[in-house]
Design a protein. Structure first.
Length: 728
């Protein structure tokens, strides 16, 4: 019997959608991209209008023949790849590789993987959007031209093996620029005077704000001596502290819109301490489907997670309103449904925000079906969406001005009057708020006061403060900055961060980005010789040009040509003028305990470390802490089970582990728990399940977060999936 063929790009989507579309369809996965530019050559014909020379990827050489046979027999071929430019590009490549006729190929898209959404998409197939494909092609060609031409220059002038990327270089520039600000920052001293006053047994603080004529700014008192006159007058005043005004107000706080990719990554970083990559991996799992109703197969729990839109489907909004009304009452709902407008540049308004596919499906109701990190992220997305449809939180605020000896102090208080959306979402702490701002805005609950009340003075407390440098970027603030400047798009934020860390240009320490010596050198060279490549405004304009291509307002080849011509000019100039730079290790007086050679300070993405100068003959290393002190492995009573030698406690970043002293001949290591105790994991067990990627048996392994299935073909095949007991 002839059937229609539906092609998706992942095995998980194949399993999820396969149980939703019935027996009239055959569903197969392309396992992501099937074609790309060649890995060992430029693959772009500059002389012929930047024509890309796509080749089949190695993994696709088995997949494409099978898909070709199936598509030849199928009545029609539905291309159901992701709903973004990347997905459109995969669908286009499938058409080319499978030689599909335009009449036979039907492109369908959906925001969520639910039975209703799939069936609705089937009713409205369309042609491949060539403009979206061209925009993605322009991005790929530009990135290849810049990376392929710039990387060899860095090999020659700095160090072999380096690579440079168009957008990643801007991210490194931002981090290096912030580090320069921190290094150049000079703290300024200032003083504050706080009066601790008492009324009816309640003590509260009030800060000095004016002398009745002039308002004091932060730097009104730059030394403790500058406050002496004020303190003397207050001490000599016979009238004490009198309330001069009481100003009660009501303040509203509105909920934030539902998540976009950028805001999801920011909040997951702040609240859950997830990296951007981890956030997107878990979000992909929630989107592609998890079985939460036994016997009914997996289904998508959230809508598509690569989006820059805050639009919400009316049906989902109605479900959220119904749930909030039943759980909290109608007083927690606004008079009319909330509609949010996207502020980011180039946002695709046809997309939807990230939300639960079924708002009535609470996190607790499906907790037992989810891995811990899946539950945490789903709960965050669900809470944010529900809160976005609720009413404002109301606060009663009180500002009290208190006078003594002609000086005025102010006490601020607030109390939550009505929680509104906070009943679901709660408060979020901003890690990047400066310490002095937090102190200045800090408020306390105040006792009842009236004009004319005389208050008891408990203490006058002058305090010394210093201004703080701008905070170094964390993942949340870096993504926010990239988004604000229009750099990158939803699908690129996580890869950008992953790339600059993996290349060793920056390192993460205490969840903050620090540029490495290598990152600084490369950044300096790019700033001097390729100012446009690392210019924030210029890179944002390229993104706008790509958006214009997607909306058919620009020709992609003309855009690439207009950007490539000046780049080649700068490249030729840099070949002649860029000096050869060697990043030399810093010599020390430390002696290697093994071979007695000198040890030098080197740096990688994990931080600075001591390394033997006799490398590679001697591979002795010691990590250094942030103060440059050597971290020596701690001896333990553990013996290596393989060679019998002593094991020591080592650390890499924040991770501690047991390692054999026989390294590198013996590479035995063990993870440890928070108390330093060795964790012994069970040996992998063979299972009856076959890997959906390569067909080899799957092994049951146990990791930090519990058991999981991993392909026995590792490292050639890295397929993993959650482990479930039979009957679950």
């Amino acid at each position: 019997m002839t059937k229609a063929l539906l092609i998706v790009e992942s095995p998980t989507k194949e399993r999820t959608i396969g149980k939703m579309i019935g027996n009239d369809f055959l569903i197969r996965s392309s396992y992501g991209h099937i074609r790309d530019l060649p890995s060992k050559e430029l693959g772009v014909d500059v002389e012929k209008g930047f024509e890309p020379a796509y080749v089949l990827l190695p993994k696709a050489k088995k997949i494409v023949p099978e898909l070709s046979k199936l598509s030849a027999k199928a009545t029609s071929v539905f291309l159901a790849t992701d709903y973004d430019r990347e997905g459109e590009s995969i669908a286009w490549h499938l058409c080319k590789a499978l030689k599909l006729d335009k009449k036979k190929a039907k492109r369908i898209t959906f925001h969520e993987i639910t039975r209703e959404a799939i069936q609705e998409a089937m009713k409205h197939p369309r042609d491949i959007d060539e403009d979206l494909v061209n925009a993605q092609m322009a991005r790929r060609v530009l990135d290849r031209l810049v990376g392929y031409r710039l990387s060899p220059l860095l090999w020659k002038k700095v160090r072999r093996g380096l690579s440079a990327g168009r957008v990643q270089s801007v991210a490194v520039r931002l981090i290096c620029g912030r580090e320069e600000e921190v290094k150049k920052f000079k703290p300024e001293e200032y003083w504050r005077l706080t009066a601790f006053l008492e009324k009816e047994g309640k003590v509260f603080p009030a800060g000095l704000v004016s002398d009745g004529k002039n308002k004091f700014d932060k730097f009104a008192f730059r030394s403790g001596q500058a406050l002496d006159l004020v303190l003397k007058k207050l001490a000599d005043s016979p009238h004490g502290f009198t309330v001069r005004s009481v100003d009660p107000k009501e303040r509203k706080r509105s909920p934030a819109p539902p998540f976009t990719t950028a805001t999801l990554q920011q909040d997951a970083s702040r609240r859950l301490h997830f990296s951007s990559s981890r956030t997107m991996i878990v979000a992909q799992q929630l989107y592609e489907g998890i079985e939460v109703s036994p016997g009914e197969g997996p289904e998508g729990l959230i809508t598509y997670m690569r989006t820059d839109s805050v639009n919400v489907a009316k049906e989902a909004q109605a479900q959220a309103v119904s749930w909030v009304s039943s759980q909290y009452g109608k007083d927690h709902l606004p008079h009319k449904p909330r509609i949010y407008k996207t502020k980011s540049k180039g946002a695709q308004e046809a997309h939807e925000a990230i939300r639960p596919t079924k708002p009535s499906r609470t996190p607790e109701s499906i907790r037992k079906f989810l891995q811990p990190e899946q539950f945490k992220l789903y709960e965050l997305i669900w809470q944010r969406f529900m809160a976005s449809q609720m009413t404002e939180a109301l606060y009663d605020t009180l500002a009290v001005d208190i006078e003594s000896a002609g000086y005025f102090f102010r006490a601020n208080g607030h109390a939550l009057k009505f929680p509104g959306f906070l009943a679901v979402y709660g408060e979020v702490v901003d890690e990047d708020a400066k310490k002095e701002e937090k102190e200045e805005n800090e408020t306390k609950t105040l006792p009842s006061m009236s004009v004319g009340d005389v208050l008891n003075l408990k203490e006058l407390k002058p305090e010394q403060h210093f201004t703080e440098p701008p905070p170094r970027f964390n993942e949340a603030s870096l993504v926010k900055t990239l988004e604000e400047h229009g750099i990158g798009r939803p699908s690129t934020y996580a890869p950008i961060i992953h790339t600059i860390v993996e290349r060793g240009y920056v390192r993460l320490e205490d969840r903050r980005f620090f540029p490495t010596d290598l990152g600084r050198v490369v950044d300096q060279q790019l700033v001097v010789h390729f100012p446009e490549i690392v210019d924030v405004g210029f890179t944002a304009k390229i993104e706008e040009k790509l958006d214009d291509i997607a909306s058919s307002d620009e020709d992609w080849k003309k855009v690439v040509s207009s950007l490539y011509t000046p780049f080649v000019r700068d490249l030729d100039r840099a070949e002649k003028k860029m000096e050869r730079i060697q990043i030399k290790p810093i010599e020390t007086e430390e002696i290697c305990p093994k071979c007695k050679s000198q040890m030098n300070i080197r740096e990688n993405r994990f931080g600075k470390y001591l390394a033997c100068a006799s490398y590679p003959d001697c591979k002795t290393t010691f990590p250094l802490d942030r103060n440059g002190q050597k971290i020596v492995p701690q001896p333990t009573s553990e013996k290596c089970p393989n060679c019998g030698k002593d094991m020591v406690m080592k650390s890499r970043g924040r991770i501690r582990f047991l390692a054999c002293t026989g390294y590198p001949e013996c590479k035995t290591t063990f993870s440890v728990d928070k108390d330093g105790n060795k964790i012994i994991r069970p040996k992998p067990e063979m299972t009856d399940e076959k890997c959906q990627k390569c067909g080899k048996p799957m092994l049951k392994r146990v990791g930090k977060r519990g058991p999981f299935l991993a392909c026995s073909g590792f490292p050639r095949c890295r397929n993993i999936k959650p482990f479930k007991e039979k009957g679950e």
